[in-house]
Design a binder for this molecule. Sequence first.
Ligand SMILES: Nc1ncnc2c1ncn2[C@@H]1O[C@H](COP(=O)(O)OP(=O)(O)O)[C@@H](O)[C@H]1O
Ligand SMILES: O=P(O)(O)O[C@H]1O[C@H](CO)[C@@H](O[C@H]2O[C@H](CO)[C@@H](O)[C@H](O)[C@H]2O)[C@H](O)[C@H]1O
Length: 553
Amino acid sequence: MLTAMHQWESLCEGAGAEALTALLPDILKTKRWFGGKARRIKAVSIVESVAVSTGTATMRLLLVRVEYSDGTSETYQMPVTAAFGSEAIRLQETAPQAVLAPLTVRSDSGEEQGILYDALWNPALSRRLFEAIGQGEQFHGTAGTAAATPTKAFRELVDVAYPQDPTVLKAEQSNTSLSCGGQVILKFYRRLEEGMNPDLEIGRHLTAVRFPCVPPIAGAIEYRRTSGDPMTLALLQQFIRNDGDAWQQSLHAVDQFMVRTAGDLYREAAPPGRGRPLLDLAREEYLPVARELLGGYVQSAECLGRRTAELHLALSQIEDDPAFTPEGLTSAYRHERYVTMAASAEQTMALLKERVAQLSPKGQTEARRLFDLKPALDRTFRAFRDLERPVSLIRCHGDYHLGQVLSTGSDFVIIDFEGEPARSLASRRRKHPPMLDVAGMVRSFHYAPFAFLAGKRTGLAVAAQGIPGESVLWAQFWSDWASVAFLKAYLGIASATKFWPKEERDVRVLFDVCLVEKAIYELGYELNNRPDWVEIPLHGLVDLLEMAGSERA
Ligand SMILES: Nc1ncnc2c1ncn2[C@@H]1O[C@H](COP(=O)(O)OP(=O)(O)O)[C@@H](O)[C@H]1O
Ligand SMILES: O=P(O)(O)O[C@H]1O[C@H](CO)[C@@H](O[C@H]2O[C@H](CO)[C@@H](O)[C@H](O)[C@H]2O)[C@H](O)[C@H]1O
Protein backbone atom coordinates (compact mmCIF):
# COMPACT_ATOMS: atom_id res chain seq x y z
CA MET A 1 0.00 0.00 0.00
CA LEU A 2 1.27 3.45 -0.97
CA THR A 3 0.57 6.51 1.13
CA ALA A 4 0.90 10.02 -0.29
CA MET A 5 0.50 13.38 1.43
CA HIS A 6 -1.95 15.90 -0.07
CA GLN A 7 -1.76 14.62 -3.67
CA TRP A 8 -0.71 11.39 -5.38
CA GLU A 9 1.89 13.24 -7.52
CA SER A 10 4.06 13.65 -4.40
CA LEU A 11 4.98 9.96 -4.88
CA CYS A 12 6.91 10.85 -8.03
CA GLU A 13 9.44 13.35 -6.69
CA GLY A 14 11.73 14.12 -3.76
CA ALA A 15 11.26 12.47 -0.40
CA GLY A 16 7.74 11.33 -1.34
CA ALA A 17 9.18 9.00 -4.01
CA GLU A 18 10.79 6.73 -1.40
CA ALA A 19 7.54 4.88 -0.77
CA LEU A 20 7.04 4.23 -4.49
CA THR A 21 10.63 3.18 -5.24
CA ALA A 22 10.51 0.73 -2.32
CA LEU A 23 7.55 -1.02 -3.97
CA LEU A 24 8.78 -0.82 -7.56
CA PRO A 25 10.93 -4.01 -7.61
CA ASP A 26 7.85 -6.10 -6.79
CA ILE A 27 5.62 -4.12 -9.15
CA LEU A 28 8.07 -4.43 -12.06
CA LYS A 29 8.34 -8.20 -11.75
CA THR A 30 4.60 -8.53 -12.45
CA LYS A 31 4.79 -6.55 -15.71
CA ARG A 32 4.98 -8.37 -19.06
CA TRP A 33 7.24 -5.64 -20.46
CA PHE A 34 9.85 -5.83 -17.71
CA GLY A 35 12.88 -7.72 -19.07
CA GLY A 36 14.75 -8.20 -15.78
CA LYS A 37 12.49 -10.78 -14.12
CA ALA A 38 15.22 -13.38 -13.75
CA ARG A 39 17.77 -10.87 -12.37
CA ARG A 40 18.43 -9.59 -8.83
CA ILE A 41 17.47 -5.96 -8.38
CA LYS A 42 19.75 -3.93 -6.13
CA ALA A 43 17.97 -0.56 -6.28
CA VAL A 44 15.29 1.32 -8.17
CA SER A 45 15.12 5.10 -8.51
CA ILE A 46 12.96 7.61 -10.37
CA VAL A 47 15.30 9.65 -12.57
CA GLU A 48 12.68 11.77 -14.31
CA SER A 49 9.05 12.74 -13.85
CA VAL A 50 7.35 14.62 -16.69
CA ALA A 51 3.85 15.98 -16.01
CA VAL A 52 1.21 15.73 -18.77
CA SER A 53 -2.20 17.13 -17.98
CA THR A 54 -5.62 17.32 -19.62
CA GLY A 55 -6.85 20.05 -17.27
CA THR A 56 -8.87 17.58 -15.23
CA ALA A 57 -6.45 14.62 -15.07
CA THR A 58 -2.66 14.39 -14.79
CA MET A 59 -0.14 11.69 -15.58
CA ARG A 60 3.54 11.49 -14.80
CA LEU A 61 5.81 9.97 -17.42
CA LEU A 62 8.34 8.37 -15.10
CA LEU A 63 11.77 7.18 -16.16
CA VAL A 64 12.77 4.49 -13.72
CA ARG A 65 16.35 3.30 -13.34
CA VAL A 66 16.79 -0.32 -12.26
CA GLU A 67 20.20 -1.31 -10.91
CA TYR A 68 21.01 -5.01 -10.81
CA SER A 69 23.31 -6.82 -8.41
CA ASP A 70 25.72 -7.62 -11.29
CA GLY A 71 26.49 -3.89 -11.61
CA THR A 72 24.45 -3.28 -14.79
CA SER A 73 21.39 -1.06 -15.01
CA GLU A 74 18.39 -0.42 -17.27
CA THR A 75 15.92 2.45 -17.68
CA TYR A 76 12.19 1.81 -18.10
CA GLN A 77 9.36 4.13 -19.03
CA MET A 78 6.32 4.06 -16.73
CA PRO A 79 3.48 6.53 -17.35
CA VAL A 80 1.46 6.62 -14.09
CA THR A 81 -1.73 8.21 -12.82
CA ALA A 82 -4.23 7.63 -10.00
CA ALA A 83 -7.93 6.78 -9.66
CA PHE A 84 -10.15 6.91 -6.60
CA GLY A 85 -13.50 5.56 -5.41
CA SER A 86 -15.73 3.83 -7.94
CA GLU A 87 -13.35 4.58 -10.83
CA ALA A 88 -10.57 2.70 -8.99
CA ILE A 89 -12.89 -0.26 -8.41
CA ARG A 90 -13.94 -0.28 -12.08
CA LEU A 91 -10.30 -0.32 -13.25
CA GLN A 92 -9.37 -3.10 -10.85
CA GLU A 93 -12.14 -5.19 -12.37
CA THR A 94 -11.74 -4.31 -16.05
CA ALA A 95 -7.99 -3.72 -16.43
CA PRO A 96 -6.19 -5.51 -13.56
CA GLN A 97 -2.97 -5.57 -15.65
CA ALA A 98 -2.87 -1.75 -15.46
CA VAL A 99 -2.95 -1.57 -11.65
CA LEU A 100 0.38 -0.77 -9.98
CA ALA A 101 -0.53 -0.48 -6.27
CA PRO A 102 -3.33 0.44 -3.86
CA LEU A 103 -3.02 4.05 -2.74
CA THR A 104 -4.11 6.27 0.16
CA VAL A 105 -3.87 10.05 -0.10
CA ARG A 106 -3.91 11.88 3.25
CA SER A 107 -4.80 15.53 3.59
CA ASP A 108 -6.16 17.89 6.26
CA SER A 109 -9.67 16.97 5.22
CA GLY A 110 -9.15 13.19 5.63
CA GLU A 111 -8.12 10.17 3.55
CA GLU A 112 -8.98 9.05 0.06
CA GLN A 113 -8.56 5.43 -1.10
CA GLY A 114 -7.64 4.54 -4.66
CA ILE A 115 -5.02 3.01 -6.92
CA LEU A 116 -1.87 4.09 -8.76
CA TYR A 117 -2.14 2.68 -12.29
CA ASP A 118 -0.61 2.72 -15.75
CA ALA A 119 -1.74 5.98 -17.37
CA LEU A 120 -1.89 4.37 -20.84
CA TRP A 121 -5.15 2.77 -19.70
CA ASN A 122 -6.65 6.24 -19.12
CA PRO A 123 -8.25 7.19 -22.48
CA ALA A 124 -8.35 10.93 -21.78
CA LEU A 125 -4.66 11.02 -20.89
CA SER A 126 -3.50 8.77 -23.71
CA ARG A 127 -5.60 10.81 -26.17
CA ARG A 128 -3.72 13.84 -24.87
CA LEU A 129 -0.45 12.19 -26.01
CA PHE A 130 -1.87 11.36 -29.46
CA GLU A 131 -2.98 14.99 -29.83
CA ALA A 132 0.31 16.38 -28.56
CA ILE A 133 2.11 14.78 -31.52
CA GLY A 134 -0.04 16.61 -34.05
CA GLN A 135 0.49 19.87 -32.20
CA GLY A 136 4.25 19.40 -31.71
CA GLU A 137 3.96 19.98 -27.95
CA GLN A 138 6.67 19.74 -25.33
CA PHE A 139 6.33 18.66 -21.71
CA HIS A 140 8.98 19.67 -19.23
CA GLY A 141 10.38 17.37 -16.58
CA THR A 142 12.94 17.82 -13.84
CA ALA A 143 15.99 17.07 -16.02
CA GLY A 144 14.75 17.22 -19.60
CA THR A 145 11.79 17.53 -21.97
CA ALA A 146 9.43 15.10 -23.66
CA ALA A 147 9.08 16.54 -27.16
CA ALA A 148 6.25 15.34 -29.42
CA THR A 149 6.76 15.89 -33.16
CA PRO A 150 4.72 15.01 -36.25
CA THR A 151 6.37 13.81 -39.48
CA LYS A 152 5.47 15.22 -42.88
CA ALA A 153 3.18 12.21 -43.36
CA PHE A 154 1.13 13.12 -40.26
CA ARG A 155 -1.59 15.07 -42.04
CA GLU A 156 -2.16 12.29 -44.56
CA LEU A 157 -2.47 9.67 -41.87
CA VAL A 158 -4.28 11.28 -38.98
CA ASP A 159 -7.69 12.74 -38.50
CA VAL A 160 -6.70 15.37 -35.92
CA ALA A 161 -10.07 15.16 -34.22
CA TYR A 162 -9.53 11.49 -33.29
CA PRO A 163 -13.18 10.46 -33.36
CA GLN A 164 -12.60 7.55 -30.95
CA ASP A 165 -10.68 7.10 -27.68
CA PRO A 166 -7.40 5.17 -27.81
CA THR A 167 -7.40 1.59 -26.52
CA VAL A 168 -4.47 -0.55 -25.39
CA LEU A 169 -3.78 -3.44 -27.83
CA LYS A 170 -4.33 -6.93 -26.49
CA ALA A 171 -1.37 -8.23 -28.54
CA GLU A 172 1.36 -10.26 -26.84
CA GLN A 173 4.21 -7.74 -26.96
CA SER A 174 7.35 -6.49 -25.21
CA ASN A 175 6.20 -2.84 -25.27
CA THR A 176 2.73 -1.29 -24.98
CA SER A 177 0.79 -0.08 -28.02
CA LEU A 178 -2.46 1.88 -28.27
CA SER A 179 -4.67 2.00 -31.31
CA CYS A 180 -6.86 5.00 -32.03
CA GLY A 181 -9.93 4.41 -34.14
CA GLY A 182 -8.15 1.82 -36.31
CA GLN A 183 -6.36 4.78 -37.85
CA VAL A 184 -3.01 5.03 -36.08
CA ILE A 185 -1.09 3.07 -33.49
CA LEU A 186 1.10 4.62 -30.78
CA LYS A 187 3.81 2.30 -29.48
CA PHE A 188 5.37 3.12 -26.10
CA TYR A 189 8.84 1.69 -25.68
CA ARG A 190 9.42 0.33 -22.22
CA ARG A 191 13.18 -0.28 -21.99
CA LEU A 192 14.90 2.95 -23.00
CA GLU A 193 18.42 3.78 -24.06
CA GLU A 194 20.06 6.95 -25.28
CA GLY A 195 19.95 7.16 -29.06
CA MET A 196 17.21 6.88 -31.63
CA ASN A 197 15.27 3.63 -31.56
CA PRO A 198 15.83 1.85 -34.93
CA ASP A 199 12.04 1.47 -35.23
CA LEU A 200 11.85 5.28 -35.59
CA GLU A 201 15.15 5.66 -37.42
CA ILE A 202 14.34 3.09 -40.13
CA GLY A 203 10.62 3.88 -40.19
CA ARG A 204 11.25 7.60 -40.83
CA HIS A 205 13.50 6.91 -43.81
CA LEU A 206 11.20 4.31 -45.34
CA THR A 207 8.24 6.67 -44.86
CA ALA A 208 10.15 9.48 -46.59
CA VAL A 209 10.83 7.30 -49.66
CA ARG A 210 7.25 5.97 -49.49
CA PHE A 211 8.33 2.35 -49.27
CA PRO A 212 4.95 0.62 -49.51
CA CYS A 213 5.50 -2.46 -47.29
CA VAL A 214 5.97 -0.79 -43.89
CA PRO A 215 3.50 1.33 -41.88
CA PRO A 216 4.27 5.03 -42.53
CA ILE A 217 5.42 6.96 -39.45
CA ALA A 218 3.19 9.85 -38.37
CA GLY A 219 5.26 11.13 -35.45
CA ALA A 220 7.17 10.38 -32.28
CA ILE A 221 7.77 11.45 -28.70
CA GLU A 222 11.41 11.81 -27.67
CA TYR A 223 13.00 12.63 -24.36
CA ARG A 224 15.71 15.27 -24.71
CA ARG A 225 18.25 16.59 -22.23
CA THR A 226 20.89 19.27 -22.64
CA SER A 227 23.56 16.59 -22.95
CA GLY A 228 23.41 13.13 -24.50
CA ASP A 229 21.34 11.77 -27.38
CA PRO A 230 17.53 11.82 -27.25
CA MET A 231 15.67 8.68 -26.16
CA THR A 232 12.70 7.51 -28.20
CA LEU A 233 9.68 7.27 -25.89
CA ALA A 234 6.93 6.51 -28.40
CA LEU A 235 6.25 6.04 -32.12
CA LEU A 236 3.04 6.93 -33.97
CA GLN A 237 2.40 4.97 -37.16
CA GLN A 238 -0.42 4.02 -39.48
CA PHE A 239 -2.63 1.21 -38.23
CA ILE A 240 -2.53 -1.52 -40.87
CA ARG A 241 -5.79 -3.39 -41.34
CA ASN A 242 -4.75 -7.01 -41.32
CA ASP A 243 -6.04 -10.54 -41.05
CA GLY A 244 -3.38 -11.59 -38.54
CA ASP A 245 0.36 -11.97 -38.85
CA ALA A 246 2.31 -14.36 -41.08
CA TRP A 247 2.98 -16.60 -38.07
CA GLN A 248 -0.72 -17.31 -37.59
CA GLN A 249 -1.13 -17.68 -41.35
CA SER A 250 1.74 -20.19 -41.44
CA LEU A 251 0.36 -22.30 -38.59
CA HIS A 252 -2.92 -22.48 -40.48
CA ALA A 253 -1.06 -23.53 -43.65
CA VAL A 254 0.86 -26.21 -41.74
CA ASP A 255 -2.43 -27.51 -40.37
CA GLN A 256 -3.81 -27.90 -43.92
CA PHE A 257 -0.52 -29.44 -45.09
CA MET A 258 -0.60 -32.05 -42.31
CA VAL A 259 -4.16 -32.97 -43.31
CA ARG A 260 -3.00 -33.43 -46.92
CA THR A 261 -0.03 -35.61 -45.91
CA ALA A 262 -2.44 -37.84 -44.00
CA GLY A 263 -4.51 -38.37 -47.20
CA ASP A 264 -4.69 -41.76 -48.98
CA LEU A 265 -1.88 -41.01 -51.37
CA TYR A 266 0.65 -40.05 -48.72
CA ARG A 267 -0.37 -42.05 -45.66
CA GLU A 268 2.06 -44.89 -46.26
CA ALA A 269 4.77 -42.86 -47.94
CA ALA A 270 7.69 -41.17 -46.27
CA PRO A 271 8.36 -37.63 -47.53
CA PRO A 272 10.93 -37.43 -50.32
CA GLY A 273 14.37 -37.39 -48.72
CA ARG A 274 16.51 -34.38 -47.93
CA GLY A 275 20.20 -33.84 -48.31
CA ARG A 276 20.28 -31.12 -50.97
CA PRO A 277 21.24 -27.62 -49.77
CA LEU A 278 18.26 -25.22 -49.72
CA LEU A 279 20.20 -22.71 -51.80
CA ASP A 280 20.57 -25.32 -54.58
CA LEU A 281 16.90 -26.29 -54.44
CA ALA A 282 16.00 -22.59 -54.66
CA ARG A 283 17.66 -22.40 -58.08
CA GLU A 284 15.80 -25.37 -59.55
CA GLU A 285 12.19 -26.18 -60.44
CA TYR A 286 9.93 -27.06 -57.51
CA LEU A 287 9.53 -30.73 -56.69
CA PRO A 288 5.93 -31.27 -57.94
CA VAL A 289 4.89 -32.99 -54.70
CA ALA A 290 6.13 -29.98 -52.71
CA ARG A 291 4.00 -27.57 -54.73
CA GLU A 292 1.02 -29.85 -54.40
CA LEU A 293 1.30 -30.38 -50.66
CA LEU A 294 2.16 -26.79 -49.69
CA GLY A 295 -0.65 -25.48 -51.89
CA GLY A 296 -1.23 -21.71 -51.85
CA TYR A 297 1.47 -21.21 -49.21
CA VAL A 298 4.10 -21.39 -51.97
CA GLN A 299 2.79 -18.09 -53.39
CA SER A 300 2.65 -16.53 -49.91
CA ALA A 301 6.25 -17.47 -49.15
CA GLU A 302 7.34 -16.20 -52.57
CA CYS A 303 5.55 -12.90 -51.96
CA LEU A 304 7.31 -12.58 -48.59
CA GLY A 305 10.64 -13.30 -50.30
CA ARG A 306 10.04 -10.52 -52.84
CA ARG A 307 8.98 -8.01 -50.17
CA THR A 308 12.06 -8.86 -48.10
CA ALA A 309 14.40 -8.26 -51.06
CA GLU A 310 12.58 -4.99 -51.82
CA LEU A 311 13.02 -3.96 -48.18
CA HIS A 312 16.76 -4.63 -48.35
CA LEU A 313 17.02 -2.76 -51.62
CA ALA A 314 15.22 0.25 -50.12
CA LEU A 315 17.39 0.16 -46.98
CA SER A 316 20.57 -0.02 -49.07
CA GLN A 317 19.52 2.98 -51.18
CA ILE A 318 18.90 5.53 -48.41
CA GLU A 319 21.37 8.21 -49.39
CA ASP A 320 21.08 11.12 -46.99
CA ASP A 321 22.15 9.35 -43.79
CA PRO A 322 25.58 7.75 -43.20
CA ALA A 323 23.94 5.37 -40.71
CA PHE A 324 22.46 3.68 -43.81
CA THR A 325 25.33 3.85 -46.30
CA PRO A 326 26.32 0.27 -47.23
CA GLU A 327 29.79 -0.73 -46.08
CA GLY A 328 32.21 -3.51 -46.91
CA LEU A 329 32.74 -6.27 -44.41
CA THR A 330 36.21 -5.65 -42.99
CA SER A 331 38.47 -8.21 -41.40
CA ALA A 332 38.04 -6.31 -38.10
CA TYR A 333 34.26 -6.83 -38.34
CA ARG A 334 34.69 -10.53 -39.15
CA HIS A 335 37.02 -11.07 -36.20
CA GLU A 336 34.88 -9.13 -33.77
CA ARG A 337 31.71 -10.95 -34.85
CA TYR A 338 33.55 -14.28 -34.68
CA VAL A 339 34.54 -13.60 -31.07
CA THR A 340 31.01 -12.46 -30.13
CA MET A 341 29.34 -15.42 -31.82
CA ALA A 342 31.69 -17.92 -30.19
CA ALA A 343 31.21 -16.33 -26.76
CA SER A 344 27.44 -16.27 -27.05
CA ALA A 345 27.41 -19.92 -28.21
CA GLU A 346 29.52 -20.85 -25.12
CA GLN A 347 27.11 -19.00 -22.82
CA THR A 348 24.06 -20.62 -24.36
CA MET A 349 25.59 -24.11 -24.18
CA ALA A 350 26.42 -23.54 -20.51
CA LEU A 351 22.82 -22.49 -19.84
CA LEU A 352 21.52 -25.52 -21.75
CA LYS A 353 23.76 -27.82 -19.65
CA GLU A 354 22.25 -26.32 -16.48
CA ARG A 355 18.70 -26.89 -17.72
CA VAL A 356 19.13 -30.18 -19.59
CA ALA A 357 17.36 -32.24 -16.91
CA GLN A 358 14.18 -30.24 -17.52
CA LEU A 359 13.96 -31.37 -21.17
CA SER A 360 12.01 -34.37 -22.46
CA PRO A 361 14.09 -37.58 -22.93
CA LYS A 362 14.26 -36.83 -26.66
CA GLY A 363 15.31 -33.25 -25.93
CA GLN A 364 18.03 -34.50 -23.59
CA THR A 365 19.38 -36.75 -26.34
CA GLU A 366 19.39 -33.82 -28.76
CA ALA A 367 21.16 -31.61 -26.22
CA ARG A 368 23.92 -34.23 -25.86
CA ARG A 369 24.11 -34.48 -29.65
CA LEU A 370 24.53 -30.71 -29.78
CA PHE A 371 27.41 -30.79 -27.28
CA ASP A 372 29.10 -33.39 -29.53
CA LEU A 373 28.61 -31.15 -32.55
CA LYS A 374 30.80 -28.38 -31.13
CA PRO A 375 33.51 -28.95 -33.79
CA ALA A 376 30.92 -28.37 -36.55
CA LEU A 377 29.85 -25.18 -34.79
CA ASP A 378 33.43 -23.94 -34.63
CA ARG A 379 33.96 -24.78 -38.31
CA THR A 380 30.89 -22.71 -39.27
CA PHE A 381 32.12 -19.68 -37.31
CA ARG A 382 35.66 -20.02 -38.65
CA ALA A 383 34.48 -20.22 -42.25
CA PHE A 384 32.88 -16.80 -41.70
CA ARG A 385 35.94 -15.35 -39.97
CA ASP A 386 38.13 -16.49 -42.86
CA LEU A 387 36.02 -15.08 -45.71
CA GLU A 388 38.40 -13.48 -48.15
CA ARG A 389 36.28 -11.40 -50.49
CA PRO A 390 34.39 -8.23 -49.51
CA VAL A 391 30.73 -8.62 -48.59
CA SER A 392 28.27 -5.72 -48.16
CA LEU A 393 26.82 -4.72 -44.83
CA ILE A 394 23.55 -2.80 -44.83
CA ARG A 395 20.95 -1.79 -42.24
CA CYS A 396 18.60 -4.73 -41.80
CA HIS A 397 15.37 -5.50 -39.97
CA GLY A 398 17.41 -7.27 -37.30
CA ASP A 399 14.76 -9.47 -35.64
CA TYR A 400 13.01 -10.79 -38.71
CA HIS A 401 10.51 -13.59 -38.25
CA LEU A 402 6.96 -14.51 -39.27
CA GLY A 403 5.49 -12.63 -36.28
CA GLN A 404 6.94 -9.36 -37.63
CA VAL A 405 4.89 -9.45 -40.81
CA LEU A 406 1.22 -8.50 -40.98
CA SER A 407 -0.89 -10.20 -43.62
CA THR A 408 -3.21 -7.87 -45.52
CA GLY A 409 -4.82 -10.71 -47.47
CA SER A 410 -2.93 -10.64 -50.73
CA ASP A 411 0.25 -8.96 -49.45
CA PHE A 412 2.43 -8.28 -46.40
CA VAL A 413 3.46 -5.30 -44.29
CA ILE A 414 6.66 -5.53 -42.24
CA ILE A 415 6.65 -4.11 -38.68
CA ASP A 416 8.85 -3.74 -35.59
CA PHE A 417 12.32 -2.60 -36.66
CA GLU A 418 13.56 -2.48 -33.06
CA GLY A 419 16.00 -5.40 -33.45
CA GLU A 420 16.49 -8.30 -31.04
CA PRO A 421 15.07 -7.05 -27.74
CA ALA A 422 17.85 -8.25 -25.45
CA ARG A 423 20.67 -6.53 -27.39
CA SER A 424 22.00 -3.03 -26.71
CA LEU A 425 20.77 -0.14 -28.86
CA ALA A 426 24.26 0.30 -30.34
CA SER A 427 24.35 -3.29 -31.53
CA ARG A 428 20.76 -3.10 -32.85
CA ARG A 429 21.74 -0.09 -35.00
CA ARG A 430 24.70 -1.81 -36.65
CA LYS A 431 24.92 -2.83 -40.30
CA HIS A 432 24.91 -6.52 -41.13
CA PRO A 433 24.93 -8.79 -44.18
CA PRO A 434 21.26 -8.85 -45.33
CA MET A 435 21.54 -12.63 -45.03
CA LEU A 436 20.85 -12.06 -41.33
CA ASP A 437 17.18 -11.32 -42.09
CA VAL A 438 16.98 -14.09 -44.70
CA ALA A 439 18.22 -16.57 -42.11
CA GLY A 440 15.79 -15.17 -39.50
CA MET A 441 12.86 -15.94 -41.78
CA VAL A 442 14.18 -19.37 -42.79
CA ARG A 443 14.46 -20.22 -39.08
CA SER A 444 10.87 -19.06 -38.67
CA PHE A 445 9.79 -21.48 -41.44
CA HIS A 446 11.37 -24.17 -39.28
CA TYR A 447 9.67 -22.96 -36.08
CA ALA A 448 6.17 -22.98 -37.58
CA PRO A 449 5.69 -26.73 -38.31
CA PHE A 450 7.58 -27.79 -35.19
CA ALA A 451 5.57 -25.40 -33.02
CA PHE A 452 2.46 -26.83 -34.66
CA LEU A 453 3.53 -30.40 -33.83
CA ALA A 454 4.37 -29.38 -30.29
CA GLY A 455 0.83 -28.13 -29.82
CA LYS A 456 1.77 -24.47 -29.63
CA ARG A 457 -1.27 -23.59 -31.63
CA THR A 458 -3.54 -25.00 -29.00
CA GLY A 459 -1.29 -23.98 -26.13
CA LEU A 460 -0.23 -27.53 -25.16
CA ALA A 461 3.19 -27.71 -23.51
CA VAL A 462 5.85 -29.75 -25.26
CA ALA A 463 8.16 -30.07 -22.26
CA ALA A 464 6.68 -33.28 -20.93
CA GLN A 465 6.40 -35.35 -24.10
CA GLY A 466 8.85 -33.81 -26.58
CA ILE A 467 8.17 -33.31 -30.26
CA PRO A 468 6.07 -36.25 -31.55
CA GLY A 469 8.27 -38.48 -33.70
CA GLU A 470 6.01 -39.61 -36.55
CA SER A 471 5.45 -36.26 -38.25
CA VAL A 472 8.92 -34.83 -37.86
CA LEU A 473 9.96 -35.69 -41.42
CA TRP A 474 6.87 -34.02 -42.86
CA ALA A 475 7.46 -30.97 -40.64
CA GLN A 476 10.98 -30.78 -42.00
CA PHE A 477 9.60 -31.15 -45.53
CA TRP A 478 7.27 -28.16 -45.02
CA SER A 479 10.06 -26.12 -43.47
CA ASP A 480 12.43 -26.88 -46.36
CA TRP A 481 9.96 -26.13 -49.15
CA ALA A 482 8.51 -22.99 -47.56
CA SER A 483 12.13 -21.80 -47.23
CA VAL A 484 12.87 -22.72 -50.84
CA ALA A 485 9.86 -20.70 -52.06
CA PHE A 486 10.96 -17.70 -49.97
CA LEU A 487 14.59 -17.98 -51.12
CA LYS A 488 13.66 -18.44 -54.79
CA ALA A 489 11.74 -15.14 -54.83
CA TYR A 490 14.25 -13.32 -52.61
CA LEU A 491 17.23 -14.35 -54.75
CA GLY A 492 15.30 -13.52 -57.92
CA ILE A 493 15.65 -9.86 -56.88
CA ALA A 494 18.58 -9.74 -54.45
CA SER A 495 21.17 -11.66 -56.44
CA ALA A 496 21.22 -8.89 -59.07
CA THR A 497 21.84 -6.14 -56.48
CA LYS A 498 25.07 -4.53 -55.31
CA PHE A 499 24.61 -5.72 -51.74
CA TRP A 500 24.52 -9.44 -52.62
CA PRO A 501 27.81 -11.40 -52.58
CA LYS A 502 29.13 -12.15 -56.05
CA GLU A 503 30.66 -15.52 -55.17
CA GLU A 504 28.39 -18.48 -54.50
CA ARG A 505 30.83 -19.83 -51.92
CA ASP A 506 30.47 -16.64 -49.85
CA VAL A 507 26.68 -16.83 -50.09
CA ARG A 508 26.82 -20.35 -48.62
CA VAL A 509 29.20 -19.40 -45.81
CA LEU A 510 26.98 -16.45 -44.84
CA PHE A 511 23.78 -18.50 -45.05
CA ASP A 512 25.21 -21.22 -42.78
CA VAL A 513 26.67 -18.85 -40.21
CA CYS A 514 23.58 -16.63 -40.03
CA LEU A 515 21.28 -19.65 -39.59
CA VAL A 516 23.45 -21.12 -36.87
CA GLU A 517 23.87 -17.81 -35.06
CA LYS A 518 20.11 -17.19 -35.15
CA ALA A 519 19.32 -20.69 -33.86
CA ILE A 520 21.74 -20.15 -30.96
CA TYR A 521 20.11 -16.80 -30.18
CA GLU A 522 16.71 -18.53 -30.23
CA LEU A 523 17.92 -21.29 -27.94
CA GLY A 524 19.09 -18.65 -25.45
CA TYR A 525 15.88 -16.66 -25.90
CA GLU A 526 13.70 -19.68 -25.20
CA LEU A 527 15.79 -20.82 -22.22
CA ASN A 528 15.34 -17.36 -20.67
CA ASN A 529 11.80 -16.59 -21.74
CA ARG A 530 9.78 -19.63 -22.84
CA PRO A 531 11.35 -22.82 -21.42
CA ASP A 532 8.76 -25.10 -22.99
CA TRP A 533 9.75 -23.93 -26.49
CA VAL A 534 13.44 -24.83 -26.04
CA GLU A 535 13.26 -28.07 -28.02
CA ILE A 536 12.23 -26.28 -31.20
CA PRO A 537 15.47 -24.30 -31.76
CA LEU A 538 17.46 -27.14 -30.17
CA HIS A 539 16.20 -29.54 -32.84
CA GLY A 540 16.78 -26.90 -35.52
CA LEU A 541 20.35 -26.24 -34.44
CA VAL A 542 21.28 -29.93 -34.32
CA ASP A 543 19.76 -30.39 -37.77
CA LEU A 544 21.67 -27.42 -39.21
CA LEU A 545 25.00 -28.64 -37.86
CA GLU A 546 24.39 -32.22 -38.99
CA MET A 547 23.39 -31.06 -42.48
CA ALA A 548 26.48 -28.85 -42.64
CA GLY A 549 28.59 -31.90 -41.73
CA SER A 550 26.95 -34.14 -44.34
CA GLU A 551 27.36 -31.49 -47.08
CA ARG A 552 31.07 -31.23 -46.31
CA ALA A 553 31.52 -35.01 -46.23
N1 LIG B 1 1.13 -0.67 -37.71
C1 LIG B 1 0.40 -1.64 -37.16
N2 LIG B 1 -0.87 -1.85 -37.57
C2 LIG B 1 -1.64 -2.82 -37.00
N3 LIG B 1 -1.23 -3.62 -36.00
C3 LIG B 1 0.03 -3.45 -35.56
C4 LIG B 1 0.91 -2.46 -36.10
N4 LIG B 1 2.09 -2.52 -35.46
C5 LIG B 1 1.96 -3.50 -34.54
N5 LIG B 1 0.73 -4.05 -34.59
C6 LIG B 1 0.22 -5.14 -33.72
O1 LIG B 1 0.87 -5.06 -32.46
C7 LIG B 1 1.63 -6.24 -32.19
C8 LIG B 1 2.90 -5.88 -31.46
O2 LIG B 1 3.68 -4.99 -32.27
P1 LIG B 1 5.24 -4.94 -32.20
O3 LIG B 1 5.70 -3.72 -32.89
O4 LIG B 1 5.82 -6.26 -32.69
O5 LIG B 1 5.44 -4.79 -30.63
P2 LIG B 1 6.61 -5.28 -29.66
O6 LIG B 1 7.90 -4.79 -30.25
O7 LIG B 1 6.24 -4.62 -28.38
O8 LIG B 1 6.55 -6.80 -29.56
C9 LIG B 1 1.83 -6.87 -33.57
O9 LIG B 1 2.00 -8.26 -33.49
C10 LIG B 1 0.55 -6.51 -34.28
O10 LIG B 1 -0.49 -7.39 -33.92
O1 LIG C 1 8.85 -10.30 -31.61
P1 LIG C 1 9.92 -9.96 -30.62
O2 LIG C 1 10.67 -8.72 -30.99
O3 LIG C 1 9.45 -9.89 -29.20
O4 LIG C 1 11.01 -11.20 -30.78
C1 LIG C 1 11.37 -12.09 -29.73
O5 LIG C 1 10.31 -12.99 -29.46
C2 LIG C 1 9.94 -13.88 -30.54
C3 LIG C 1 8.82 -14.79 -30.01
O6 LIG C 1 7.69 -14.02 -29.72
C4 LIG C 1 11.14 -14.73 -30.95
O7 LIG C 1 10.79 -15.49 -32.13
C5 LIG C 1 10.93 -16.90 -32.09
O8 LIG C 1 9.63 -17.47 -31.95
C6 LIG C 1 8.75 -17.19 -33.05
C7 LIG C 1 7.44 -17.93 -32.77
O9 LIG C 1 6.84 -17.44 -31.60
C8 LIG C 1 9.36 -17.67 -34.37
O10 LIG C 1 8.51 -17.31 -35.46
C9 LIG C 1 10.71 -17.03 -34.58
O11 LIG C 1 11.30 -17.53 -35.76
C10 LIG C 1 11.59 -17.33 -33.39
O12 LIG C 1 12.85 -16.66 -33.51
C11 LIG C 1 12.28 -13.81 -31.34
O13 LIG C 1 13.42 -14.60 -31.67
C12 LIG C 1 12.61 -12.87 -30.17
O14 LIG C 1 13.63 -11.95 -30.54
